[in-house]
Design a protein around this ligand. Structure first.
Ligand SMILES: [Mg+2]
Length: 172
């Protein structure tokens, strides 16, 4: 196959314009997601070039690495802002997820038996019920319950993800 043949055949699945209307907001989400991927690529490329050198010398400059990681972080924050996500909430949820996945730390066997999907769902529902109760108390006291609401939304999303793993859902 030559390049021209390949290009012609690749056109079979190619589109030259979005096949749906896209808003300025969605374009900005795409812009920040692409920026994030680009900056993550810069981190990866810098580390690669610093470690795999023809002279075998490792030249990883932490100030430069810090600078590149900062660029990644900027796009993470921008992506949170454009989508209305709270970066602190993202961090908090990520830590909860990692702790649930590796309760004893990565590579260490959990002391307890593995938790079944049904049990995980029950735990999430229990946690959500407590959050609803706490949110209702705050609301009744005229206090801000926004953080609780965000947590409930995160648990709801987690619940949906876990429920998708149920065997009956998987078959359907
Ligand atoms: Mg950069």
């Amino acid at each position: 196959m030559n390049a021209t043949d390949y290009q012609q055949q690749a056109k079979h699945s190619y589109i030259d314009t979005p096949n749906f209307p896209i808003s300025d907001h969605d374009l900005m989400v795409v812009r920040y997601a692409l920026g994030l991927a680009g900056e993550a690529g810069e981190v990866a490329n810098y580390v690669k070039k610093s470690i795999f050198r023809p002279d075998g010398e490792i030249t990883l400059d932490l100030a430069k690495l810090e600078d590149e990681i900062g660029d990644v972080l900027w796009y993470v924050a921008a992506l949170c802002s454009i989508t209305g996500l709270d970066l602190g909430g993202v961090m908090e949820w990520n830590i909860e997820k990692i702790k649930a996945r590796y309760p004893e730390g990565w590579g260490k066997k959990p002391k307890t038996r593995p938790v079944s999907i049904t049990e995980t769902i029950a735990r999430i529902n229990d946690r959500m019920a407590k959050l609803w109760s706490r949110g209702a108390d705050l609301y009744a006291a005229g206090q801000d319950s926004e953080q609780i609401q965000r947590k409930i939304a995160r648990y709801s999303r987690a619940l949906m993800r876990v429920e998708q793993k149920l065997p009956s859902k998987r078959r359907g």
